[in-house]
Design a protein. Structure first.
Lengths: 289, 333, 250
């Protein structure tokens, strides 16, 4: 019994690492640019397809494709911010929500048209292997994904707290007007924020490829998880998103183990509902009134 | 007595719309008209909340589905006429909007939207599981009663057309009445600046709750109509995310927070959809949504308040040589 | 004179910051009281505490005999307190008339009556010519007028004005002062937050001075201007000195 729980917890933590990459991306954009990117999941999907094609046609291991996917998505993020998002900033909720929402629809359906709805998978040497910690077994692919996800999260933390650009980003997130007065160019900061955020999403995609199939709607599952984690971990709080994602991964995993196969989603929604009902500002939320 | 131009246009429109099924008899065409009327109605219902009060829900399918299932369960399990079922469905949807609103209104803006999406998804999941009570994932077909007007089943397609038309008219009348009353002003105030509205005595929570109930009720009615029309129900159809999307889309594209916006938007989007279907056939589902999303992006970047503004601008320029107002229509006192 | 507003020891912390501490003062019915103090002194926070936008951690706010703490802003307004915001918040999508009507609807649900009341109020603040202009197209100063009209349309017994004179030129300040004077004569109780000394001296006989969230002085304009703590708060320690009656401080 204990082993079952331990196994579920391990499984949950490992996938939680992926959720973390996606939710950190969402919360970063929200904290800095102040918009919610409904299309975040689709960039995970794009990362997966990039990884898939590199693996299938060039034999490149998905992990190595990180090096290709992340820069590509960074650039996409910069372009997205500079040409699209910038045009709807300050216009109110509606244009912002529906722009990224429309983008999400567009990306899903173009992918559907180009590559059909078929599941694409990649088999690597380590896809089926696991290591054993006592009686718990840890799939290698997921373990690598988790470790890389934590490394990237750590790198982001360092970036935000120890580099000038990162601090500028945090400043712009906290107080855009003052930041501007201090010579910080908001658009530049926003471009970097969106670029980094999408790069993280792409990384999540590459890391998923060894053990998860790619298909047009794959992003939707992850983005819903990410949104709940972002709310639960407090909007705009990167550390909160990380912790919340890990917790949600574990909650989902325990749900699947003890309640039933479909219950993962329900458990997660329950968490959202409970958060909304009792602590809408999230784990790290401050005073609201 | 000189009739105002607007009244003449409206009168002409009404005549055309009433006579349409008599002039155009192709089943394919009437089906499109019915879809337009139905989705315009859903759009009008959404617009009350999303357009005026700016509470952007992306989960209206929840109420559509609840309405649909209520009337179907009443029909098949209890032999209750769908006419009554439609009202019952509306009421169930309306009541559901209370707890859902209580939770979701705790978040604002995009997070409100996300929690509404979550709600619709949860309902879909629940109904996928309710085998005993509600037929689970396979759904069910409506019993074929032939031509049974009292049970909302008709041989003539035009009957459905007139029902949908009646529903749309109802929605428009309700919107018009609200727009001109104190409630209309309060809704727009809350949509513009909730705190400033509170400061002048507007009970924001209550008004949001009230309009959500009305919006949910109407959407529930639409659900009943739809399943009666297609003779089929299942969770994927009834709680389909596409319905939530289209409910919002038609208003945004057509003219958010205006009386006719949803109608304009629906005509445009459904016409596009019909064209796409005839060019590409229905096998390429991705084409329709791709085009919809491109239209949405274009509208957001070019005319965020919707295309109705473009038409009224064009009208102004052609007829009155007036100025162009490239923004949201202003509400006057 | 009956007390319109009694503020008893209200305090509010935001995280580590003590925004308002043990604030205590009263406003008589029909009085005009000015709330002054350096930036960040807690003046707007006090307004927020009084009108229900924030809840005080402790203390009580009695308005016309009724406890306001715990009430939501719309209930506070229904009870007779209206406020303006430091940065005007018009409903941009509506015209001036529609904006003010929204305020008027508090007292009557009928559009004709609300329209009539709105028109009167718009006339009073001098915006009649622009009543059909969209609020987002107004100048900042007209938006302030609109803000005041909208608040007045709710038929308040007590009006809280938050820096309505910021950025006005002398002629405009005079107009505003006249307006406030008229309101005061009609019996309205007014609490005004201001930095423009000239205006304060003209409208208020009773001044409350805040600094770092606490009340440091209270009294007539004369008393307050000569008060050492007030001078220190505004100008720093170097300027404190003993004032004599012939100083011309008024």
């Amino acid at each position: 019994m204990l082993v079952t729980v331990a196994q579920a917890v391990v499984n949950g933590l490992l996938i939680g690492g992926i959720y973390a990459l996606v939710s950190i991306g969402v919360t970063l954009i929200f904290g800095v640019v102040k918009i919610v990117n409904f299309a975040q999941g689709e960039f995970v999907m794009i990362g997966m397809y990039i990884s898939y094609f590199l693996a299938t046609y060039l034999g490149i291991d998905p992990l190595a494709s990180l090096i290709v996917a992340m820069p590509i998505l960074f650039v996409v993020g910069v372009l997205l911010q500079h040409f699209l998002i910038r045009r709807v900033l300050g216009l109110g909720d509606m244009p912002q929500i529906f722009l990224t929402f429309a983008l999400s629809l567009l990306l899903i359906n173009v992918t559907l048209l180009l590559f059909t709805a078929n599941y694409r998978t990649v088999q690597t040497s380590y896809t089926e292997t696991s290591i054993h910690l006592g009686e718990v077994y840890v799939p290698v692919a997921k373990l690598i994904a988790f470790v890389v996800a934590m490394v990237l999260s750590g790198a982001l933390w360092v970036f935000l707290h120890a580099t000038d650009l990162g601090k500028a980003m945090r400043a712009a997130a906290q107080n855009p007007d003052v930041a501007m007065l201090m010579g910080i160019n908001p658009d530049r900061v926003f471009c970097v924020a969106v670029g980094v955020s999408l790069a993280l999403a792409g990384a999540a995609g590459c890391l998923l490829m060894p053990f998860y199939p790619a298909y047009p709607l794959v992003g939707q599952v992850f983005v819903l998880m990410a949104f709940v984690a972002v709310v639960f971990g407090t909007l705009g709080n990167v550390t909160g998103a990380l912790i919340a994602s890990l917790m949600m991964g574990v909650a989902e995993s325990l749900g699947v183990q003890f309640v039933g196969a479909d219950s993962g989603l329900i458990v997660v929604f329950m968490m959202l509902l409970l958060t909304l009902a009792f602590r809408p500002s999230g784990l790290f939320g401050g005073w609201t009134r | 007595m000189r009739l105002r131009r607007g009244t003449l246009w409206l009168g002409g429109l009404i005549v055309i719309v009433l006579a349409l099924p008599l002039i155009v008899t192709s089943h394919f065409a009437i089906d499109i008209f019915i879809r337009v009327l139905l989705f315009a109605f859903i759009g009008v219902a959404w617009n009350l909340m999303g357009g005026y009060a700016k509470q952007l829900s992306l989960g209206h399918a929840a109420y559509f589905g609840l309405g649909a299932y209520t009337s179907t369960i009443l029909l098949i399990r209890f032999d209750v006429s769908p006419w009554i079922g439609m009202l019952a469905g509306g009421i169930v949807a309306m009541l559901a909007s209370l707890p859902i609103g209580a939770l979701c209104f705790r978040l604002r803006g995009p997070y409100f939207a996300i929690s509404t999406i979550a709600t619709a998804q949860v309902l879909m999941l629940l109904f996928l599981k309710f085998r005993d009570f509600a037929w689970g994932a396979e759904g069910t077909t409506m019993p074929n009663l032939g031509n049974a007007p009292l049970m909302m089943q008709f041989d003539a397609k035009s009957a459905y057309y007139y029902i949908a038309l009646g529903m749309l008219a109802l929605g428009l009348v309700i919107t018009y009445a609200i727009e001109r009353s104190w409630m209309g002003y309060y809704l727009v105030a809350v949509g513009e600046d909730e705190d400033a509205a509170e400061a002048i005595g507007v009970n924001a929570m209550r008004i949001k709750r009230q309009i959500y109930m009305i919006s949910a009720f109407l959407t529930g009615m639409a659900g009943t109509f739809y399943v009666q029309y297609i003779y089929f129900i299942d969770p994927q159809t009834a709680f389909s995310f596409n319905i939530s999307v289209e409910a919002a889309l038609v208003s945004i594209v057509g003219g958010i927070g205006t009386l006719w916006g949803p109608v304009v938007g629906t005509v445009l989007l459904e016409a596009t959809s019909a064209l796409l279907q005839s060019w590409f056939g229905s096998s390429h589902g991705g084409v329709q949504l791709t085009v919809y999303s491109l239209i949405l992006i274009t509208v957001i970047l070019w005319r965020p308040s919707g295309l109705l503004g473009v038409f009224t601008d064009a009208y102004e320029r052609v007829v009155h040589a007036g100025r162009a107002h490239a923004r949201e229509p202003t509400l006057d006192g | 004179m009956a007390e319109a507003l009694i503020i008893r020891n209200i305090s509010k912390r935001f995280g580590g910051l003590r925004a308002v501490q043990d604030l205590d003062f009263s406003v008589g019915e029909g009085e005009t009281v000015a709330l002054i103090g350096p930036n960040g002194a807690g003046k707007t926070t006090s307004f927020n505490l009084i009108t229900g936008f924030h809840r005080p951690d402790s203390g009580s706010v009695l308005a016309f005999g009724r406890e306001l703490v715990g009430l939501r802003p719309h209930d506070v307004c229904t009870h007779g307190l209206a406020r303006t915001f430091q940065v005007a918040r018009p409903f941009g999508r509506m015209t001036v008339l529609a904006n003010v009507m929204t305020g008027a609807f508090l007292r009557s649900r009928k559009p004709e009556i609300a329209r009539e009341r709105a028109r009167e109020t718009i006339e009073f603040v001098g915006l009649s010519a622009k009543q059909h202009t969209a609020a987002r197209d107004l100048t900042t100063i007209d938006q302030r007028r609109l803000e005041m009209a909208r608040a007045l349309a709710t038929n308040p017994r007590l009006l809280l004005l938050d820096e309505v004179m910021a950025g006005l030129n002398p002629a405009e300040i005079d107009q505003a002062v006249t307006l406030i004077g008229k309101l005061s004569k009609s019996g309205l109780t007014i609490v005004i937050v201001e930095h423009v000394m000239r205006a304060i001296m003209a409208v208020a006989r009773h001044i409350v001075v805040l600094d770092h969230g606490q009340k440091i002085a209270e009294g007539t304009p004369r008393d307050v201007v000569a008060n050492q703590d007030v001078i220190r708060a505004y100008l720093g320690t170097g300027y404190a000195h003993v004032a004599t009656p012939g100083d011309g401080a008024c």
